[in-house]
Design a protein around this ligand. Structure first.
Ligand code: FCB
Length: 787
């Protein structure tokens, strides 16, 4: 095995971020951030208690021989209200940290924004407000004035794509909004904030400044199997569009001072272009010294005209996000070191003048703490393979100055919380004890020798097996996962290569290979009033699809704490290959506990607590928007809304869609809360219809369910109001009774059978070991007589 030494002066380091490790969220005057609000109080505390233990952590870094440490400064720790009052003790903390690092011979690299916006600024409009960009530049100056004499490498932003689109479009990150317009506008304001702060840092003498982007090559399924394949003509536009949304939306403004041509119509459609002022792009495009590249995994897409947009990629209608047939990390992210080489080749070709640094790369794998340490071979292989790819890119001429591993410590992985393990140092969150994993010891050796040694025999990968057997990686994956669609001689060749090379699939793949039971649990919670029809569709369709695929179904009822324990035991004992879960309404622990078993789980409905378990949901907010828009188009201006129980995520989404639509027209909401049945709908409606005798408070009602709408009609009748003349009514759900009311109810149809089918298919693709994301099905307004 060849050694792979790196150029002299190559920088080895690690990256972390404030919210993920510091804890102490309400100590010494820190203000609240959007992540405290989004994840719930106490979530980011104690994290790794780095705030209290930084001396110990710096010592650890010194022992590993790190040359650089990239940390982020918490804006609300420095400026608790986002601007104005500067919190002395907050700045003191970073001051001490920087001194300790310098004493340990470690260069501090500071990131100014790693997602923890002060909540006060969110309350004032957040990143959708242009003013936030100016507040950011002020904050940058405050930090620079204190640390600039000792910190010479500055990054303005970490991964603005994630902050803008997961925070404002798909809503899986703070602040949890779901508005394409806000996402594009926020992205622009983050770019503007980058430009403004860069100016400010330079004016004050910063030696090196840049920005960190999360970049992924966008490939087609054919290219994944064989990198030498070109992009099929029919997929070219889809690839270019996703590349523009994900990569070039940030690369082009920062490095070229312009937006990519194919992106502008998408921005315009969602948000208009009014937020992009003259001169902004000049400022954003001022030269940087260093581009930070975070690389974890590629993106695979192909054209599919019927595909709805992925919520995180507004404007991606007609593009199918495909699974990548390769081993995945515990996070479900496909492992593809060659993706890093592809990315670096492309950056070097398109932006040859730009110096690069890998500012994040690393992997989440479950760790087992044994008496003699944590033998995290998968994490070592992951980093090693990426370093080899990086070494090759440097040989080809890529100007990469360093590699910062993500991450030093196991820490808070955003919406996923504490269960993700990206650290090379294990943290016991009850005692805060740090324990070096094998990967830390291995990385220490890499640093000491400035590269990879020859002595560690390379663990064979899917790629090596594919090369030996003369087939594609996709084929190896299919054989390893026991899929039927492979001819007997190809299968024999692959299995021979597997044996000769001693290939062991990683944990995720292994559980699929060795433990097939061919049964699947269908776990049902007791449906609340009104949920029976959907539950029975799930039973009918999930059973027929999965049985058709040769699985045996075990039906389990989750109604008591004891039943939850029984279900977990059953799944932990690997009695099933996968689980379809119809979770209880409202927050529950069953979902997360099942997810932790490592057995593939899919959920019906969006979970109450942000979770990475893939789920099938319907576009509740979109349906409510259509319903409200319909009432507005009919000239109604005094529209009331009757909400079912607010602990139901679907109700929250419906209300959000309704409010957003009223807001677009500058109208104020009139909200009445109800329960689930028509009686409570009637009671709530009586409130709304009170007003004075001749003119009730409202002239239209949107109810978040048909049952409630039926109650509304009853209350109208009592009052002698005519529907729809005096009062228009729209429901939600299109239950059978909705078409039988007099007059017949206008409502929003929720596709029950489609949801059930999508759920079954999602589980099947997870069982095939494919990377799967959640599915959101469209809803449709059914116009009848009540509105
Ligand atoms: C990146 C983030 C970092 C961490 C890793 C796993 O997107 O920058 O904070 O969450 O992913």
């Amino acid at each position: 095995m060849r050694t792979a030494l790196f150029p002299e002066g190559f920088v080895w380091g690690v990256s972390t971020s404030a919210f993920q490790i510091e804890g102490a969220t309400d100590r010494d005057g820190r203000g609240p951030s959007i992540w405290d609000a989004f994840a719930g109080g106490g979530y980011g505390d104690p994290a790794c208690d780095h705030y209290g233990r930084h001396p110990e952590d710096v010592r650890l870094m010194q022992d590993l021989g790190l040359a650089a440490y990239r940390f982020s400064v918490s804006w609300p720790r420095v400026l608790p209200g986002g601007h104005g009052h500067v919190n002395g003790p907050g700045l003191d903390f970073y001051d001490r940290l920087v001194d300790e690092l310098l004493q340990a011979g470690i260069a501090p690299y500071a990131t100014l924004y790693h997602w923890d916006l002060p909540q006060a600024l969110q309350d004032a409009g957040g990143w959708a407000a242009r003013d936030t960009a100016h507040r950011f530049a002020d904050y940058a100056q405050v930090v620079y004035d204190r640390l600039g004499d000792r910190v010479d490498t500055w990054f303005t932003f970490n991964e603005p794509w994630v902050a803008a689109f997961l925070g404002h479009a798909s809503g899986v990150h703070a602040p949890g909004l779901r508005s394409a317009a806000d996402a594009f506008v926020s992205a622009h304001h983050m770019l503007l904030a980058h430009g403004l702060s860069l100016e400010a840092l330079r004016a004050r003498g910063a030696a090196k400044a840049g920005v960190v982007l999360n970049l992924s090559p966008v490939l087609t399924p054919a290219q994944l199997g064989d990198m030498s394949t070109g992009i099929p003509e029919e997929d070219a536009e889809a690839v270019a569009r996703i590349d523009a949304l994900h990569n070039r939306q940030f690369l082009e403004p920062v490095l070229r001072g312009r937006y990519p041509a194919e992106l502008l119509p998408l921005i315009e459609k969602a948000a208009g272009l009014g937020h992009i002022h003259d001169g902004d792009l000049d400022l954003i495009g001022r030269p940087i010294d260093l581009l930070g590249v975070n690389y974890y995994t590629p993106i695979a897409v192909q054209a599919q005209p019927s595909a709805p947009a992925d919520p995180a990629f507004p404007g991606s209608e007609g593009v199918l996000f495909c699974s990548v047939p390769t081993a995945v990390t515990a996070m479900g992210w496909p492992i593809m070191p060659s993706g890093l080489s592809l990315l670096l080749r492309r950056l070097s070709e398109e932006y040859p003048e730009t110096e690069l640094m890998i500012t994040e790369n690393g992997a989440d794998f479950e760790d087992v703490v044994t008496a003699d340490g944590i033998h995290d071979v998968d994490r070592i292989s992951f980093v090693e393979e990426h370093l080899r790819a990086l070494r090759t890119s440097i040989d080809e001429g890529a100007r990469v100055r360093g590699y910062l591993l993500w991450s030093l410590l196991d820490c808070v992985e955003w919406a996923d919380g504490y269960r993700r393990k990206f650290g090379i140092v294990h943290v016991d969150f009850t005692t805060q004890r740090r324990l070096l994993k094998d990967s830390a010891l291995w990385y220490r050796d890499v640093i000491a020798r400035n590269g990879l040694g020859a002595e560690r025999p390379k663990r064979p990968t899917l790629e090596t097996v594919a090369a030996r057997a003369g087939v594609s990686r996709a084929t190896v994956s299919r054989v390893v996962n026991g899929e039927a669609r492979v001819s007997p001689d190809v299968r024999a060749a692959v299995l021979r290569a597997v044996q000769e090379l001693g290939y062991v699939p990683n944990a995720a793949a292994r559980s699929l290979v060795t433990r097939r039971t061919d049964s699947v649990a269908l776990v049902l919670s007791v449906p609340r009033h009104g949920g029976e029809a959907l539950t029975s569709a799930v039973v009918q369709y999930v059973t027929s699809v999965l049985e058709g695929a040769g699985k045996q179904i075990t039906l389990m009822l989750a109604d008591t704490a004891e039943s939850h324990r029984r279900i977990i035991r059953h799944v932990e004992a690997r009695q099933v290959d996968g689980v379809v879960l119809v979770p209880p309404d409202g927050p529950d622990t069953l979902t997360e506990r099942l997810a932790r078993t490592g057995v593939p789980v899919v959920l019906l409905g969006k979970p109450a607590i942000a979770s990475l378990v893939p789920h099938v949901d319907v576009d509740n907010a979109g349906g409510a928007r259509a319903a409200t828009r319909h009432l507005l188009d009919r000239g109604r201006r005094r529209i009331g809304v009757i909400c079912g129980p607010m602990d139901l995520v679907a109700v929250q989404d419906r209300l959000a869609g309704h409010l957003a639509t009223l807001h677009e027209d500058g109208l104020r909401p009139v909200i009445a809360l109800a329960g689930l049945d028509s009686g409570s709908g009637a009671a709530a409606a009586r409130e709304l219809l009170s007003g004075d005798q001749t003119r009730p408070l409202v002239d239209a009602v949107f109810a978040t369910s048909d049952e409630l709408a039926i109650g509304v009609m009853e209350a109208a009748r009592e009052k002698g109001l005519r529907v729809p003349e005096d009062l228009a009514v729209v429901g939600f759900g299109d239950i059978h009774a909705a078409s039988c009311t007099t007059p017949a109810l206008t409502t929003v149809r929720v596709p029950a059978a489609d949801q059930a089918l999508a759920l079954a298919r999602l589980l099947l693709s997870r069982l095939d070991g494919r990377h799967t994301s959640s599915v959101v099905l469209p809803t449709r307004l059914v116009v009848r007589a009540t509105a």
